[in-house]
Write a protein that binds this ligand. Structure first.
Ligand code: ADP
Ligand code: MG
Length: 546
């Protein structure tokens, strides 16, 4: 066999390694995720190759990833019985090729300011090279499936690596990390166990910890991951109980979820979805943060909260999306510009809104409490999600003149009950229903049998400025401008001109005086000019100190 040779990393890898070895990381624990995912990839690859070449297995199909801490040597070893590497492929994969993900990552790093770089690495990983966040020396022993010669790769991450022949009695790979003095915590079984649970619980193959025991009793084996990726199962294989505990696990909520969306997308894009709509909006502030949904790529947790997967107004939704199309070491910047993510978002939003629509139409007893908890988010959506505005508007529940106090109507219901003569949708925004219901502005509507939406929620005034029509009908504020249906000019208007003139002279704040059919009992009322602030909006602004 060939002798030991020393080689240089490719330039861009050198830059990356320099950054890794010269910075501090808040999230360096992700190295374990990266190494486990490489091990899992290697097993998957061999499992696939062996479909056509069974000899490769040499009788061993007991797939396993093992983690062995050695406190005396201060090493942590991650091993697998996957496809392995030979001298040629190890040089290629661990030294000279920057994987597409890594390369994009380096580009992203260059465009970032220095202070945020370490965190980027920590959060998204740079595959194998993440090892150097915790180790000052890494040795890889590997033997490719179907080959006899093994190879030893070694580097301190400073710009060069060496390869030489070695002996390994079975196929597969050991990655041996010589831990930095400040990273010895990763030798502790409880720490390893927690990290595997956190990042790799759903990895398909068992991740086994070889824990040392006291008094030379020999190591004990413990499988750390549960391996139950609920979202990979089909819906009818999963018990409600499993959904509930899974939801509680990822959300920190103690309640059961209100509904579960579990489906599989195949075709151009492939991804699996397991989303939960919570029943209650917790009192704690944390849910108000744009937390979003976890992003997995082929069963490996990539991001705890992937903002791009859902628009901010759906931040109350919890769950998991597992993509088959994204590279594992993708950075946040790349994700933000990623077309795959955009397409997934569109699909997810559609499913969530359809779920809510179905609930609204067939399970009112579920939907009404939901709306009371999360209606504000949907209103935020009306202001922000232009493409889904109409769908979101139809999810609103609003009080109206004709609904008994405390009951709610939807815009569709409202429209379906409109008398033929009514062209527009009428609304009035204010503080309380009681206050609004006695407004003289409503007299003519009552008389004509037109319903008026009475909006008293904090978000309504904001939302309604974005909701100018629904199903082709204009949304018209009762206290604003002229109302075509009602303000027909009276034939004897001329007779009042002198009176109007006098009023305008006496009351400076009034810009116009009109005859109107709005009122049937009161003598007069104030309305805002079209396009001007309504009385309620003015009140809101005053309260905000403008
Ligand atoms: P990625 O996993 O995105 O390809 P990594 O930096 O994590 O990038 O790994 C680089 C390459 O090294 C892998 O693509 C694979 O070919 C090889 N490799 C890493 N770890 C192993 C392993 N345990 N067994 C076999 N090959 C491995
Ligand atoms: Mg990898």
């Amino acid at each position: 066999a060939e002798a030991k040779s020393s080689m240089e990393f490719k330039t861009e890898l050198k830059q990356l390694l320099h950054l890794i070895t010269h910075s501090l990381y808040s999230n360096r624990e992700i190295f374990i995720r990266e190494l486990i995912s490489n091990a899992s990839d290697a097993i998957n690859k061999l499992r696939f190759d062996s479909l056509s070449k069974e000899d490769l297995l040499e009788g061993d199909r007991d797939w396993k990833i093992t983690i062995t801490p050695d406190k005396a040597a201060k090493t942590l070893t991650i091993s697998d019985n996957g496809v392995g590497m030979n001298r040629e492929t190890i040089v290629e994969h661990l030294g000279t090729i920057a994987k597409s993900g890594t390369r994009g990552f380096i580009e992203a790093l260059k465009s970032q300011n220095a202070s945020s770089k370490p965190d980027l690495i920590g959060q998204f990983g740079v595959g194998f090279y993440s090892s150097f966040m915790v180790a000052d020396k890494v040795v890889v022993l590997s033997r490719a499936a179907g080959e006899k010669d093994a190879v030893r790769w070694e580097s301190d991450g400073q710009g060069t690596f060496s390869v030489e022949p070695t002996i390994r009695d079975k196929r597969g790979t050991d990655v041996i990390l010589y831990l930095k003095e400040d990273a010895l915590e990763y030798l502790e079984p409880y720490r390893i166990s927690a990290l595997v649970k956190k990042f790799s619980d759903f990895v398909e193959f068992p991740v086994v910890l070889f824990a040392e025991q006291e008094e030379n009793k020999g190591p004990v084996e413990e499988t750390l991951n549960s391996r139950t990726a609920l979202w990979l199962k089909s819906k009818n294989e999963v018990q409600e109980e499993e959904y509930n505990s899974f939801y509680q696990n990822i959300s920190g909520d103690f309640e059961k979820p209100l509904s579960v969306l579990h489906y599989n997308v195949e075709g151009n894009l492939q991804y699996k979805v397991l989303l939960f709509i919570p029943a209650k909006r917790p009192l704690t502030y944390q849910w108000e943060e744009p937390k979003g949904v976890q992003l997995y790529i082929q069963r490996v947790l990539i991001m705890d909260s992937c903002e791009g997967l859902l628009p901010p107004y759906l931040r109350f939704v919890r769950g998991i999306v597992d993509s088959g199309d994204l590279p594992l070491n993708i950075s946040r910047e790349m994700l933000q510009q990623n077309a795959v993510l955009d397409k997934m978002q569109k699909g997810l939003v559609r499913h969530i809104l359809e779920e809510l629509e179905g609930m609204k139409n067939t399970q009112k007893d579920k939907y009404i409490p939901f709306f009371k908890q999360f209606g504000d988010f949907l209103k935020e959506g009306i202001a922000n999600d232009w493409t889904n505005k109409e769908k979101l508007a139809d999810l609103l529940l609003i009080e109206s003149l004709n609904t008994p106090a405390g009951e709610l109507t939807s815009l569709s219901d409202y429209v379906s009950k409109m008398p033929e003569s009514q062209k527009d949708i009428y609304y009035l925004v204010g503080e309380t229903r009681e206050f609004l219901a006695q407004s003289p502005l409503l007299e003519a509507f009552k008389k004509k049998g037109y319903d008026v939406l009475l909006m008293t929620n904090n978000m309504d005034e904001y939302m309604i400025t974005y909701l100018t029509e629904f199903k082709g009908k204009k949304m018209v504020a009762v206290d604003q401008g002229t109302l075509p249906d009602l303000d027909e000019p009276a034939p004897d208007a001329a007779a009042f001109q002198d009176l109007f003139k006098t009023i305008k002279e006496k009351v400076a704040e009034i810009s116009d005086v009109r005859l109107s059919n709005r009122l049937s009992e009161s003598a007069s009322c104030l309305v805002a000019d079209a396009g001007a602030l309504t009385a309620n909006r003015e009140r809101l602004l005053q309260r905000m100190g403008r």
